[in-house]
Design a protein around this ligand. Structure first.
Ligand SMILES: Nc1nc2c(ncn2[C@@H]2O[C@H](COP(=O)(O)OP(=O)(O)OP(=O)(O)O)[C@@H](O)[C@H]2O)c(=O)[nH]1
Ligand SMILES: [Mg+2]
Length: 322
């Protein structure tokens, strides 16, 4: 299933129903007064935040959606009922832009609902026009047209910590070890093609595809997916201890982050040395020292060492709390 993180869609509120001209039908009465009811207004359009990063997938082939039209007025002074609202469910962290007006709305909370288009008002039935000077009103009015506009909806994930690093660094494995996520893990490069999210005691971690040198010029899977961690608070820069030159690996990824966005590169970063089980204690100590020269915030872990995973998680939670 492809990950859909942006859509273009035309949304339209419902048109108002029409008012009608009707007359009372009472047996034995000479005069029949007006009894055409007013119509219902058209349904409004709302957007609502849901906790499902895949929610935009449902709209991938949809060009336009419309709220229900209001019902026409009825006889015997019956009101037409209002059209049902259209509620467009989008993942929290989405930015909704009205391309006609330029207005932008960001949905950050689950269940948050914002009206973006108004339905058209319903028309009046002839009873509405009854007055002492107009006792047999023949007029009624049509419903108003509901608002419509083109929208661009883009998901920008809200995450506490985002993984960055070379393919095969062990990012997805670590996400799985720390959270409830079930990201695909494999011993080849570019296993992760779409972001994976996991919840670590309320902190959202995002695993994204691997970066390589030249990613900012489109190499590998490119770098566009880095926007998914544009709003992360912390970058977990993963470097596998399979690398003998930590500094070189570090600098390559840093250069790609810089090229993508200096703003992203300026975020708090923790170097995470992964796969500690592949090196002996002495090498680990040396690598930690080397890493600390690049950034004093260094952590290390092996996903096959439960003790280390637990300690790593506790430390990470402490860091993310501040
Ligand atoms: N020995 C050892 N192997 C690990 C560890 N963590 C991950 N691996 C292995 O490293 C390989 C790559 O792991 P992934 O988690 O898929 O790496 P990734 O960084 O998500 O890779 P991409 O999605 O391609 O960017 C897999 O074969 C994992 O089993 C670890 O702590 N120790
Ligand atoms: Mg991966």
């Amino acid at each position: 299933m492809a990950f859909v993180d942006e859509i273009n869609i035309r949304l339209k509120a419902g048109d108002g129903g029409d008012g009608v001209v009707r007359w009372m039908h009472e047996r034995g009465k000479e005069f029949m007064g007006p009894a055409g009811g007013n119509a219902g207004h058209g349904g409004n359009v709302f957007i609502e935040g849901v906790r499902d990063i895949g929610a935009l997938f449902a709209f991938r082939n949809i060009k336009t959606l419309e709220a229900e039209r209001g019902r026409d007025g009825g006889r015997d002074s019956m009101y037409g009922r209002a059209g049902d609202d259209l509620i467009v469910k989008i993942p929290i962290g989405s930015v909704v832009k009205n391309l006609d007006t330029g207005m932008e709305i960001e949905i950050l909370k689950e269940g948050e609902r914002v009206q973006i288009l108004r339905g058209g008002g319903g028309g009046f039935g002839n009873e509405h026009f009854k007055s002492s000077t107009n006792i047999v009103p023949e007029q009624s009015t049509k419903g108003k047209i509901g608002d419509g506009a083109d929208f661009h909806i883009e998901l920008r994930l809200l995450v506490d910590a985002g993984f960055a690093g070379f393919p095969n660094a062990g990012k997805s494995s670590l996400l799985n070890a720390l959270t409830n996520a079930k990201a695909k893990v494999a011993s080849y490069q570019f296993t992760t093609l779409e972001p994976n999210l996991g919840d670590m005691y309320g902190f959202i971690l995002a695993d994204i595809p691997g970066l390589i040198e030249g990613a900012s010029e489109g190499k590998g899977l490119g770098h566009k997916f880095l926007r998914h961690i544009a709003r992360t608070k912390t970058i977990l820069h993963c470097i596998s201890l399979e690398n003998e030159d930590i500094a070189a690996a570090y600098k390559t990824i840093r250069a790609e982050l810089e090229a993508h966005s200096p703003e992203l590169a300026a975020k708090k970063e923790i170097i995470v040395l992964t796969k500690t089980d592949l090196v002996d204690e002495k090498i680990l100590k040396t690598r930690i020292k080397e890493a600390k020269k690049l950034n004093p915030d260094v952590m290390y872990v092996s996903i096959i060492d439960d003790e280390q995973v637990k300690e790593f998680r506790d430390n990470l939670i402490k860091t993310l709390r501040v």
